[in-house]
Design a protein around this ligand. Structure first.
Ligand code: UT7
Length: 342
């Protein structure tokens, strides 16, 4: 009998069996922005890779996009909302400070049996939520979970700060996780955090520390703030590291990766990660040019589009990775099977 601890293999794993995406109809191009502020299409494209983004009109809230993406994922999986055990919504721009946006989703979808809660890990939110939902499924306590990443950060940006407002867009992505055989599915997840970076990218006003006051509003100091270069350096260092750790934990290396689905924040960050891990850009999914940084929604939106474009096939190793406010970062390794039968 070996005394060396063996990696834990659960009797079942979480498989992604349905995907959905939703974005608001209104498109805001770089040229549109250049008419409103001191910027250019050329600056935005070369520094970020973004060409346009979707913005919500006042009648569209985060739960509206999340509901649309959730319905699509449920239909894609061929299940009913009533069969869901849990709705887990990763968001930092929920409809209300409380209650959770997940509860609004539960009502909208008619998921009468499902528990519901939100998860706050900013742009890492979907990867954190995937890890959390997978653990519930592996434990045997739940069988079907709707995981949503949804944000409408264009409602939180400071439109007079050209260094940040040009980056963000609105959207939602959704995945149905179902219990399946243990030799595939979400086989590894690593979540990390560094609270010393709370002020690197944050929404300082509106919580219990700094409630919004008339003075703050008049000074225009109520939007999202980010130290861009600091976050850039953090991502370039931590993202390759967490991907390596997640791959190594299941005995894989970067050459095994079929598709890398990263948080869509900046094309240059994706290129840096691609170079550092020697994963060619052909294996890195990019849709940031059309949507900008959609925070927790970016990874599931990218997964959904990648699947629809035939970029993910049964048997592929798919790595998802998120990074952002907190600071937080996380990666998941998925042996893609596509349909659960266990
Ligand atoms: O989802 C959360 C994770 N967030 C991220 O991953 C963001 C990571 N950071 C970044 O992607 C980059 O830092 C940015 C795209 C945000 C900024 O790019 P940068 O190359 O770091 O530019 P910078 O902030 O250092 O600014 C360089 C110059 C400055 O001018 P000076 O001081 O050199 O004269 C800025 O004032 O570019 C200027 N600038 C702009 N110029 C035209 C900043 N924003 C703009 C703009 N248009 N929109």
């Amino acid at each position: 009998m070996s005394l060396v601890p063996q990696p834990f293999t659960p009797p079942r794993r979480a498989h992604i069996v349905g995907l959905g995406i939703a974005v608001p109809p209104q498109v805001l191009t770089n040229d549109d922005l250049a008419q409103r502020m001191d910027t250019t299409d050329e600056w935005i494209r070369t520094r970020t890779g973004i060409r346009e983004r979707r913005v919500s009109t006042p009648d569209i809230a985060t739960s509206d996009l999340a509901t649309q993406a959730g319905r699509m994922a449920i239909a894609d999986a061929g299940i009913t909302a009533e069969s869901l055990d849990l709705i887990l919504c990763a968001t930092t721009s929920g409809d209300y400070i409380w209650p959770s946006t997940a509860c609004i989703l539960q009502q909208n979808l008619g998921a009468t049996r499902a528990a519901a809660f939100d998860l706050s890990a900013a742009c890492s939110g979907f990867c954190y939520a995937l890890a959390t939902a997978a653990a519930y499924i592996e434990s045997g306590s739940m069988k079907q979970i709707l995981v949503v990443g949804a944000d409408t950060l264009t409602k939180q940006v400071n439109w007079s700060d050209r260094g940040t407002c040009i980056l963000f867009g609105d959207g939602a992505g959704a995945a149905i996780l179902a219990a399946g055989p243990p030799d595939a599915g979400v086989v590894s997840s690593i979540m990390r955090a560094d609270g010393s970076g709370v002020e690197s990218v944050w929404l300082p006003a509106g919580g219990t520390r700094t409630p919004i006051t008339t003075e703050l509003l008049e000074a225009g100091n109520v939007g999202l703030e980010m130290r861009g270069r600091e976050v850039y350096r953090f991502a370039a260092e931590r993202v390759p590291e967490v991907i390596m750790d997640a791959l190594c934990s299941v005995g894989l290396n970067p050459s095994d990766v079929g598709l890398l689905v990263m948080h869509q924040a900046n094309l240059r960050i994706m290129q840096t990660v691609s170079e550092r891990l020697n994963i060619p850009m052909e294996k890195v999914f990019v849709n940031l040019d059309r949507y900008g940084n959609t925070s927790a929604a970016s990874v599931p939106m990218a997964l959904c589009e990648a699947k629809a474009e035939g970029r993910i096939l049964p048997g592929d190793v798919v790595v998802t990775v998120g990074f952002g406010a907190g600071l937080t970062w996380a990666a998941n390794v998925i042996f893609w099977q596509g349909a659960a039968n266990g």
